[in-house]
Design a binder for this molecule. Structure first.
Ligand SMILES: Cc1cc2nc3c(=O)[nH]c(=O)nc-3n(C[C@H](O)[C@H](O)[C@H](O)COP(=O)(O)OP(=O)(O)OC[C@H]3O[C@@H](n4cnc5c(N)ncnc54)[C@H](O)[C@@H]3O)c2cc1C
Length: 395
């Protein structure tokens, strides 16, 4: 049997694409190597833009309210501990910043795709099948047996270690385009009500240390840094995590009943790789598999949902036009760049500045303290999803 589309990976990118296509009435197979619910190593932070897309996909409406933590403001800190608390403008419709564990969120996304009509199968994709240079299906390991599945289009949504991407685009990517990140769920740690915290430090920047609260005195805590900087560091990610947690600024917030669970690391593929091919005859790479993560914030869920939705819509047009060739599917990448390219370019510029001009960050924070309006303008330029109302500075 030939499916219209096979989607490899049921994370945010894959499940969003599956929902869109199934709603159009196409015959969709959504494959994942593990059953749901499953954990995903992540900070669990959802920006207002991601929240809007999740509402469009009918996800948050179906999640109980006690599964989310609502954020009212963001705290940013520089290596010299200049701090800024930047509250969201509550009047802005899309101002929600939520923290929802991925175990819950991804299950809801996958379920909604199935409800729309997609078929789900547990299997690990091992290879991509091609005929005359065109992708026609994949080999999947199911219960220890290799089986073949065929489709007119394959969407590779299998994340940062994508098998589909590795086979279709075997080119090595410079490690500076990858963050290595680690996170844990920490109980018995004093959280600041309604506040997510980002700490840029000399060792991590343009990466950072974060504290994203899940409920009172429980948080997703982690850190990430570019792989090229990590290669030069003397300690591993786990040691780094504990070293940060033991710094006086954070150690004083540990409570007697401190409990650290699920400390795990995973790479983050960052957007901005020149000439990275995402579209092929009969195939597209979306989300992390397509190197779509914002290179400054490490925000990947919004871009995974967005590219998944655009790939789903493009695949629907391609199937109707009976044009599944690369030239036609290329409109997926063009539309994604139209939506995300501006913010990615500004992030790349800022990352370049942080790497090559160590004083830049401190200068921005100085500017913010002395001219809040300029900072506000700068920040809202950096991401169109945020709508901050700047009120106070610290430090
Ligand atoms: C430590 C850390 C913190 C992060 N924090 C944030 C954050 O706070 N906010 C944010 O927006 N982003 C964050 N990110 C990035 C975010 O997690 C990713 O960008 C996002 O998950 C990408 O979604 P995706 O659907 O492309 O891939 P994934 O969510 O990785 O989903 C891929 C799916 O494919 C499946 N799969 C993999 N290989 C195969 C195979 N061979 N066959 C079948 N199935 C397969 C996997 O099981 C998985 O379900 C963080 C990342 C890390 C590592």
């Amino acid at each position: 049997m030939e499916y219209d589309v096979i989607i490899v990976g049921a994370g945010p990118a894959g499940s969003a694409a599956a929902q869109v296509l199934a709603k159009h009435g196409f015959n969709i197979l959504l494959l994942d190597r593990v059953p749901f619910p499953r954990e995903k190593v992540c900070g669990d932070g959802l920006t207002p833009g991601a929240v809007k897309l999740l509402n469009d996909l009918n996800i948050l409406q179906n999640l109980p309210d006690n599964n989310r933590y609502r954020i009212k403001a963001i705290r940013f800190a520089t290596p010299r501990l200049q701090m800024l608390d930047v509250p969201f403008d509550a009047r802005h419709e899309a101002s929600d910043f939520l923290v929802i564990p991925r175990e819950t969120l991804d299950r809801a996304l996958q379920q909604q795709a199935l409800k729309a009509g997609a078929r789900f199968e547990i299997g690990t994709v091992r290879n991509v099948l091609r005929k005359d240079g065109r992708v026609i299906g994949c080999t999947v390991e199911i219960d220890g047996q290799l089986q073949e599945r065929y489709a007119k289009i394959i969407i590779g949504a299998d994340g940062a270690a994508s098998v589909v991407a590795r086979i279709l685009n075997p080119r090595k990517v410079n490690p500076k385009h990858r963050f290595l990140a680690i996170r844990a769920y920490v109980k018995g740690f004093k959280t600041l009500p309604g506040l997510v915290e980002f700490y840029w430090t000399n060792e991590l920047k343009p990466g950072y240390f974060w504290i994203f609260p899940l409920r009172e005195n429980e948080a997703n805590i982690g850190l990430g840094l570019p792989a090229d900087l990590y290669a030069k560091s003397k300690i591993d990610l786990k040691e780094m995590f504990f070293e940060y947690l033991n710094r006086p600024l954070f150690a004083e917030r540990k409570l007697a009943d401190l409990e650290i669970r699920s400390l795990k690391s995973w790479p983050i593929p960052l957007a901005g790789v020149k000439g990275f091919q995402r579209v092929f005859d009969g195939a597209m790479l979306v989300g992390d598999a397509g190197y779509w993560v914002d290179p400054l914030s490490g925000e990947g869920i919004h871009n995974a949902l967005k590219t998944g939705i655009i790939a789903g819509e493009t695949a629907a047009e391609a199937l109707r036009a009976q044009r599944t060739d690369r030239a036609f599917l290329q409109r997926y990448e063009e539309r994604s760049l139209m939506e995300l390219g501006g913010v990615i370019r500004r992030s790349l510029w800022f990352v370049w500045g942080m790497r090559h001009t160590p004083w830049l960050l401190e200068a921005y924070f100085w500017l913010a303290r002395h001219n809040p309006l300029a900072f506000q303008k700068f920040f809202s330029n950096l991401s169109k999803d945020f709508n901050f109302k700047f009120t106070k500075s610290r430090g």
